[in-house]
Design a protein around this ligand. Structure first.
Ligand code: HEM
Length: 423
């Protein structure tokens, strides 16, 4: 997609791409999403925020703004269909899916797409284009977190957002950085099996993975210290809801929809692809990750674990210095992975979602979770993931704790120390 000279906040300007050629219908949609769309959403959000309400209905002044979004988006998306030139490259098609998804997510957020409502006709060109793009790429036909972060070209310092609110930009940037850090850790770890856990080359990769996971914790901490709870709850989270494409509902966007965290889980050996609970986590997110992450998820379930490799090699004789050094780094990585995810659970999920949802009047906490199940069910699933990643055994859940302790004890014993240690 040519994002050319599209300048945020410059509605009504002649749409001319670099080199003076006329813009395509896709460029015109992009220009609108970066300009007037942001202004309309921001006005609506300020009205909701003043009323401390998730959404306001039956307000003629606000209904006009909502209808402006529905109509103009529909017109621009119909032009893309009329032009009949969907992008050829998969990356451009994926990006266009996100662009159409911004529109559909905003319609849902303002409750302008209710089943049987007056706007079904207006939304149908977007449903049709999203369905076509999703089918051609093998992904859910909706916008996901990757469209907001990794597949969202910045132009003049500004990437596409729903609103002009500082908290939205902070949320997307910091989440995106945490995803990049997870991806850096996974990229380092996935190279290690080919060289063996006691390789001097693996030391460099273990160190890189550890630094990257420390960065995840750092970014999560920044988010928890700077994001405003009310702004997140009232004005940002609602754009991540489940929405409809034709007759089907697709679950909401989720900052966890990327493969790297699962590659890390499986490579370290703190989660198992044989565990039905974890299989469900993988299967559920498959359609919501970018196409290249789908192949990473497929490869991740078929490999061995670094933990098993360390334990196997430890049986071959007295521990060697390189093995010992790498094993200590490995245990530090497992601790860093557990710490980052425990932080996610206690300092992001609970204060930014569970606590404010608890103060919503009965019946108004609609569509709180991205995946659809009730909030308590989602929180309990996340708590289980948190315990697996931190290798915290509890009643009904056995984790990698025993194997990690075994490796820790081998290191302690072989160095002359004695006794149990919890790594
Ligand atoms: C205010 C900030 C955040 C909140 C409130 C939050 C909340 C949540 C919730 C509720 C879910 C479950 C979604 C569902 O099934 O409905 C989830 C999943 C997830 N989130 Fe976050 N999150 C936040 C930030 C982050 C950040 C910065 C990351 C780092 C990349 C992240 C990584 C994940 C992952 C990986 C999952 C998928 C489940 C898993 O595999 O662990 N989240 N988050």
């Amino acid at each position: 997609m040519n994002t050319g000279t599209t300048i945020p906040g410059t509605q009504g300007e002649a749409a001319i791409a670099p080199g003076g050629r006329a813009n395509t219908a896709i460029d015109l949609l992009d220009q609108w999403i970066r300009g007037e769309f942001v202004d309309l959403n921001t006005k609506l959000e300020e009205a909701y925020f003043s009323a401390r309400s998730e959404v306001l209905t039956d307000r003629p002044d606000l209904d006009k703004l909502k209808q402006a979004i529905v109509r103009e988006g529909s017109r621009l998306i119909s032009q893309i269909a009329d032009e009949g030139k969907p992008p050829v490259s998969p990356q451009e098609r994926y990006e266009l899916l996100g662009l159409v998804g911004f529109y559909l997510a905003a319609c849902r957020r303002h409750e302008a797409d209710l089943p049987g409502g007056v706007n079904a006709g207006a939304l149908s060109p977007a449903w049709s284009l999203a369905g076509l793009l999703g089918a051609s790429l093998g992904v859910a036909p909706r916008y996901v977190f990757a469209h907001q972060s990794l597949f969202n070209p910045s132009v003049r310092d500004t990437y596409r957002t729903f609103t002009a609110l500082d908290d939205e930009r902070l949320f997307i940037t910091t989440n995106g950085l945490a995803v990049l850090a997870y991806q850096r850790a996974a990229a380092a770890l996935r190279r290690i099996p080919a060289m063996g856990v006691s390789s001097p080359l693996a030391t460099y990769l273990f160190e890189d993975a550890r630094a990257a996971l420390d960065d995840v914790l750092r970014f999560n901490r920044t988010l928890s210290e700077t994001l405003d709870v009310d702004r997140f709850f009232f004005n940002i989270r609602p754009y991540f809801k489940t929405y409809r494409v034709g007759d089907a509902e697709y679950r909401g966007a989720n900052a966890g929809d990327f493969a790297a965290i699962n590659e890390i889980d499986l490579l370290l050996g703190v989660c198992s692809a044989r565990d039905p609970f974890y299989q469900h986590v993988l299967a559920e997110k498959y359609a919501y990750v970018p196409p290249e992450d789908q192949s990473r998820l497929r490869s991740a379930v078929s490999g061995g674990t670094l933990l098993d490799s360390f334990l196997r090699e430890a049986t071959l004789g007295p521990l060697t210095p390189q093995f010992r050094h790498n094993a200590e780094l490995f245990l530090a990585i497992c601790r860093a992975h557990g710490a980052a995810y425990t932080f996610h659970h206690h300092k992001l999920v609970k204060p930014f979602l569970e606590a404010p949802a608890g103060t919503e009047p009965q019946g108004q906490a609609r569509g709180i979770t991205a995946s659809g199940p009730p909030l308590e069910a989602v929180i309990s699933g996340l708590a289980r993931l948190s315990d697996l990643r931190a290798a915290r055994d509890r009643s009904g859940l056995s984790t990698a704790r025993a194997s990690l302790n075994r490796l820790g004890n081998l290191l302690a014993h072989d160095g002359g120390a004695n006794g149990e240690s919890e790594q």
